[in-house]
Write a protein that binds this ligand. Structure first.
Ligand code: HEC
Ligand code: HEC
Ligand code: HEC
Ligand code: HEC
Ligand code: HEC
Length: 215
């Protein structure tokens, strides 16, 4: 598939090729959907080099997602925090714990902790965190209750159908932007109704044209 979206093709050609692939693929679509690697990625929970727990830090201690993922509302990328952020506390807290040895080593040597990426889109897909977070799509819509996870796992398929399902009917996933990192937020009333009002007020209109996500 990467050949279809390689740089040698101009945009029109790439999209025409994509449309043909989609048409030809329609027959086997159901099987293709079920067997697609991204579907199998749901539940993917790689072992991390440090036993860092979101359940403890974001859940019990109540740290805001933005404390560590500070670029998520300002940039395409959410970025995992630098070791310095951990050491804000761990110079004093559990400063002798063997579970934090790699964190202390990383701090001393400047070598980043080799965190294993959990969510990954193919290179030919354009995604942008800021565009979602700024209009009030919560982390929970795409990552689930991370604040209850001892180990982060992928809960959504990240397939094209999944993106488009929300893009074509986003109302239930739009909330006031100040609550995007409050994963347990429950509106008073019907979320879809509240979302629909925000969509109108802010003129939110997620794209479903090919070139929005395949640039
Ligand atoms: C104290 C720092 C800290 C806080 C607070 C924090 N995270 Fe993280 N987050 C990390 C670190 C470190 C990793 C990489 C290790 C891992 O995946 O567990 C990570 C990884 C992730 C990933 C997986 C990224 C990937 O590789 O695909 C997601 C999703 C995530 N965090 C969401 C959240 C959400 C949502 C919140 C708020 C509820 C949050 N985080 C709060 C430090 C933090
Ligand atoms: C705001 C302060 C704070 C920050 C920032 C923070 N932690 Fe923690 N961390 C704690 C506290 C408090 C505990 C629990 C201590 C206890 O159990 O008494 C803890 C526990 C841990 C433990 C378990 C240690 C053990 O021996 O049980 C690990 C591992 C850990 N943190 C890793 C990290 C990593 C990695 C980061 C950076 C991504 C980080 N922490 C950032 C406060 C923090
Ligand atoms: C509309 C869906 C969506 C929302 C909302 C969302 N994310 Fe993500 N997130 C993704 C996707 C898709 C990826 C994989 C991106 C890639 O591979 O290019 C990802 C990747 C990440 C990563 C890994 C680092 C990176 O940039 O690749 C972290 C950390 C993360 N998200 C945290 C968050 C936090 C924290 C929030 C809420 C403030 C959030 N995300 C909101 C879909 C979302
Ligand atoms: C839960 C709902 C939801 C999901 C899931 C979702 N999106 Fe979106 N997306 C939105 C909303 C809402 C907007 C903002 C529209 C606006 O501002 O008018 C948006 C905007 C975008 C934009 C336009 C950004 C820009 O800079 O113009 C792109 C590109 C995009 N999404 C890609 C994706 C991709 C790729 C996926 C799947 C991996 C995805 N989205 C999944 C709701 C979602
Ligand atoms: C909202 C974002 C979004 C839009 C709009 C979108 N796509 Fe996609 N597309 C994706 C994502 C995400 C993937 C990767 C799916 C995966 O890895 O499972 C993808 C994958 C593909 C693939 C590879 C299929 C495969 O199974 O490997 C083709 C071909 C494709 N898109 C063509 C199109 C065409 C043609 C359009 C316009 C009709 C379009 N896309 C519109 C997000 C989008």
């Amino acid at each position: 598939m990467s050949a279809i979206f390689s740089k040698q093709f101009d945009t029109k050609l790439r999209l025409a090729a994509g449309a043909i692939v989609l048409t030809l693929g329609a027959g086997g679509a159901v099987l293709g959907y079920l067997l697609h690697p991204k579907q199998l990625d749901t539940g993917y929970t790689p072992v991390q080099p440090v036993a860092y727990s979101h359940k403890l830090h974001a859940g019990n201690l109540g740290l805001d997602c933005l404390y560590c993922h500070s670029t998520v509302d300002k940039s395409n990328y959410a970025a995992v925090p630098m070791t310095e952020t951990c050491m804000n506390c761990h110079v004093r807290v559990k400063e002798k714990s063997p579970k934090l040895q790699m964190v202390r080593d990383s701090y001393a040597t400047g070598q980043p902790i080799p965190w294993v990426k959990v969510h990954r889109l193919p290179d030919y897909v354009y995604f942008n965190h800021q565009a979602h977070v700024k209009v009030g799509v919560s982390c929970v819509s795409c990552h689930g209750r991370v604040d209850q996870m001892a180990e982060v796992r992928q809960v959504q398929p990240l397939s094209m159908a999944w993106c488009l399902d929300c893009h074509r009917n986003p109302a239930a996933n739009i909330r006031p932007a100040e609550y995007v990192t409050k994963l347990d937020w429950k509106p008073e009333g019907d979320p879809a109704e509240i979302g629909a009002k925000l969509i109108q007020a802010k003129g939110i209109k997620p794209p479903d044209n090919c070139s929005a996500c395949h640039r």
